[in-house]
Design a protein around this ligand. Structure first.
Ligand code: C2E
Ligand code: MG
Ligand code: MG
Ligand code: MG
Length: 279
């Protein structure tokens, strides 16, 4: 009896592992097709200057509407893309699509729409692809200047190959781009090393910003990041601002930019451009 029971459990376990693997494989197959057929879209969320309230840029955020109509967020498919290597074509698509959108907005504004577009780069994409070359080609293809593009990378990009990443970041800076360190405070940055890299902006992770009011420890961390950025000559963006009170507090603490549902949720390209026009 004991033995039969154990076998049964093993079977249940194996079929669960198999289900997970099969689901993973299905997502991977569908994602490959979604990239090929351009079934992915970018949404755009405004980033504002906290002292003037003016929109200075938009962050592009990938969305995937699958064939059965459900919308998947990047948390559900970026990890799959990274594990399968699909992050390279996906990342190329995101860069091209953001630059293309910038060219449309610039044309609609008779030359310069006055804001930048930020694109997220995965650490694995930075390792595997030649991102500066890919970006340069996209800028040429769409007639956009690199000064209109912000690239967001995470601390994990700095870990594996410090020399390689330093070279890549210089290549991106040579195109005139702005570099931002995303989700700052959640990784394991070597601060001495960070200081040698051409990073322009630290984006303070949402986990420190949300619930900051009335939490002494979080306020202390935010203050420390702001003074670190100032000492290193970097600007700062606070992620996840959902209230006016937070925006005002962060402005008073000297944070440069703010992003969050207070200003707008991620919008379609057309809605984002309209939002900019109306602002
Ligand atoms: P992220 O770069 O830190 O982007 C900010 C995330 O915070 C977005 O989630 C955005 O919708 C969300 N957010 C913004 N304001 C608020 C707020 O006030 N409250 C709350 N609760 N959330 C807010 P999203 O769009 O789900 O993206 C998640 C992550 O996926 C991004 O985090 C980024 O790391 C990654 N990602 C998105 N698009 C791409 C892409 O094209 N390529 C790569 N490699 N990664 C991407
Ligand atoms: Mg980001
Ligand atoms: Mg972020
Ligand atoms: Mg974050």
């Amino acid at each position: 009896v004991k033995r039969a029971k154990r076998t049964g459990r093993t079977e249940v376990y194996q079929s669960r592992v198999f289900d997970v693997a099969r689901k993973q494989f299905r997502i991977e197959t569908e994602l490959r097709r979604a990239i090929e057929t351009r079934a992915l879209t970018l949404n755009f969320q405004p980033i504002c200057d906290l002292s003037t309230g003016k929109i200075t840029s938009f962050e592009s955020l990938a969305r995937w509407r699958t064939e059965d109509g459900t919308e998947l967020t990047p948390g559900e498919f970026i990890p799959v893309a990274e594990e399968s290597g699909l992050i390279v074509p996906l990342g190329r698509w995101a860069l091209d699509e953001a630059v293309r959108t910038m060219s449309i907005w610039n044309r609609a504004a008779d030359g310069d729409c006055g804001v930048k577009l930020a694109v997220n780069l995965s650490a694995i994409q930075l390792q595997r692809d030649r991102v500066p070359v890919v970006l340069r080609e996209a800028l040429e293809r769409h007639g956009v200047d690199g000064s209109h593009i912000v690239l967001e990378l995470t601390e994990s990009a700095l870990v594996t190959d410090p020399d390689g990443i330093a070279h890549t970041l210089r290549g991106l800076k040579d195109l005139g781009t702005t570099l931002a360190m995303d989700d700052f405070g959640t990784g394991y940055s070597n601060l001495a090393y960070l200081q040698t890299l051409p990073i322009d902006v630290l984006k303070i992770d949402r986990s420190f910003i949300q619930g900051m009011m009335g939490d002494r420890d979080k306020i202390a961390i935010v203050r420390a990041i702001l003074s670190l950025a100032q000492a290193l000559g970097m600007q700062t963006t606070a992620e996840g601002i959902e209230s006016n009170e937070l925006a005002q507090t962060l402005a008073a603490l000297g944070c440069t930019y703010g992003q969050g549902f207070l200003y707008a949720r991620p919008l379609s390209a057309d809605d984002a451009f309209q939002f900019l026009r109306d602002s």
